[in-house]
Design a binder for this molecule. Structure first.
Ligand SMILES: Nc1ncnc2c1ncn2[C@@H]1O[C@H](COP(=O)(O)OP(=O)(O)OP(=O)(O)O)[C@@H](O)[C@H]1O
Ligand SMILES: [Mg+2]
Length: 257
């Protein structure tokens, strides 16, 4: 990050934790005293994009004038770099960026100084479509400058188990038994390992368990919760199936044991 190499691209399916990772990064940068601009709204025009950068970095200029923004930005970046500081531009939801804005981003990536080199570290984060967008031949100049591509994958069954155990331990329940291993296997299948869905399903499971005055979450509760949430998951991976004729999944689960 501090070496200001080129573009870094982070992709991941909806709810896999991209924004959460960027939040951690922002905290880290703030602790280090590194200046950064965080662009959370990518449905903007190229001019609005530059205006947002001007606000984020508190540039002293007329934010309505592109020339003034670019001059002020260049000055700001040189001052930071001469102090040995990297400035970082983080763009979340980058899959939504219009080609015009991506072209502007590429130009910002070109800002450099003969002595110092590149002045701005740029991170683009978005859904997997972003990869396809960057493969557009019109953006080949930008593509050539990508030095690192990271893909956030859904959690594996083992990771789901570790995640739930850790969260419950933090909440004061070490060696949790609320979610038995067979249920965790099925939670992994039905949430497809997506952290946002895991959180919502488990939250609802705990609530149901509490409402029923039980100490253990069951398959019946999971069936109810995922039905309420209208969750869909690929049956090919499920050991139980989703639509076995004549049986509710919880019933199949019991029969299979
Ligand atoms: N590694 C993780 N550990 C714990 N919770 C996580 C993790 N990753 C994501 N979450 C939780 O999952 C939810 C979704 O995460 P986040 O918003 O970062 O996903 P995203 O990839 O940015 O999704 P989107 O594509 O919709 O923008 C958040 O509530 C976050 O708390
Ligand atoms: Mg996000």
């Amino acid at each position: 990050m501090n070496s200001r190499k080129g573009f870094i691209v982070l992709t991941g399916e909806v709810g896999t934790g991209k924004t959460t990772m960027l939040e951690c990064l922002r905290e880290m940068l703030a602790e280090q005293g590194t200046e950064f601009a965080y662009m959370f709204n990518s449905r903007v025009t190229a001019d609005q994009f530059l205006e947002m950068i001007a606000y984020e970095l508190a540039l002293r200029c007329n934010a309505k004038s592109k020339v003034e923004i670019l001059n002020a930005l260049n000055e700001f970046l040189i001052t930071q770099a001469s102090r040995g500081k990297t400035t970082v531009l983080i763009v979340d939801e980058a899959h939504n960026l219009d080609p015009d804005v991506l072209e502007e981003v590429r130009m910002l990536g070109n800002l450099e100084n003969a002595k110092i080199g590149k002045l701005l570290q740029i991170i683009l984060s978005g859904q997997p479509e972003l990869d396809g967008k960057l493969d557009d031949p019109k953006l080949r100049q930008l593509k050539q400058r990508i030095v690192l591509r990271c893909a956030l994958k859904p959690l594996s069954e083992q990771q789901v188990s570790e995640y739930l155990n850790t969260r419950l331990a933090k909440a004061g329940m070490p060696n949790q038994k609320v979610f038995p291993p067979a249920l965790i296997t099925e939670i992994h299948i039905r949430t497809q390992g997506i952290p946002r869905i895991i959180n919502a399903v488990c939250d609802n499971l705990l609530l149901t368990c509490f409402a029923m005055e039980e100490k253990l979450c069951t398959m019946e509760m999971l069936d109810e919760v995922v039905a309420d949430m209208r969750l869909e998951w690929p049956t090919a991976h499920s050991k139980l199936g989703r639509t076995l004729a004549g049986f509710e999944p919880a019933e199949v689960f019991r029969r299979n044991r």
